[in-house]
Design a protein. Sequence first.
Length: 368
Amino acid sequence: MANRQYYVGEAIKVDGDYYDIIGKITYKNKADGKTWDEYRLRAISLSAERWLSVDNYYKEYSLSQINPSASTVGYHRVDSGTEEVIACSGDVDVQVGDVAEFLEYEDPTEELIISVEHWDDGTEYSSGYYLDPDEFGKDGEKILPSLGGKGGNVGNIIATIIFLLIWGIFAGASSFSNYFSMNKKISTYLKKSSKYTYSTSITGNGKEKADVYECKSPGTGTEQELLQGVAHDIIDGINGNTESIQQNDEKDDSSVAILTKKEYCIIYMGEDEKVYVQVSTRKYAYTSDKEPYRARSRTRRYYRRYYYSRGYNSDTSSYGSEHSSYSGYSDGTIDYDGSNELNSYSGTVRQSSIESRSSDGGGLSSGK
């Protein structure tokens, strides 16, 4: 049933296959103010993921998947504009207020589609196809009879509609508030926190860039303690949504490297004895060989070695078509200890955040 709302945690049947809804994003087209929903789906019988787009205003529905190698050759553009995230819940990689430029293409049959989204942290390509309204929904769903329909119970229908409206309002409010407390990016946290001040940006290949912030008051203690303290603050700021994190234990360098699903961050003491935090997309790290701003030689080495050890191989599947700054790399790797203090702390913060959202009636997300 196309016109109803679906929620994170529900199961849904799409084009004959069953999926769990693990994320939901509501977008607004900034040109006309119209909204639509996109649901992140995970196949129940397989590990495949899909996105279901439901636009009830324009009566357009589609099923797609992320496809970095998608080509628009032979397709024609049918839509473009600016989209803004106005609500979200579950396991998604955006937050309320994020904005992207979008382009939509169709093949000559007007059945197949390709979508391109230009975000601040990179460009995403998706390919898929249109659906008819009766090709997705929950088993057993039936369209509510009209108020004037034969045998319709007007009182029951009105009560049902009111219930659905109230449910939608509370679910939306919960998603909105819970999202602000969960899926923050490091770049967003640094930008909004009063503890950090923007220093500069470094432009890499393909217009990717890294932003550098100075920690205003890192406190007192040894270099190791100062950088650990900054790392703890950032972990708290993003609710522990890290993929891996570790502090360098080499002599004369205590830099902390952090990888999330989308970002790479290095916390370090600069040559001028100031504490800096550099954050970029993982694509920047993959494609660019620029050194961190005012970094000492050991920091520069750790920055490259950590990404090569912990992020490079997995990112090859996403950015393999791009030129890699690690072609011919031979500067070694790092020994990673998954039980290190910072990684353990991040896991504790993440679990506390999940439990807090669950007790508040939030979604089923485990973070980014």
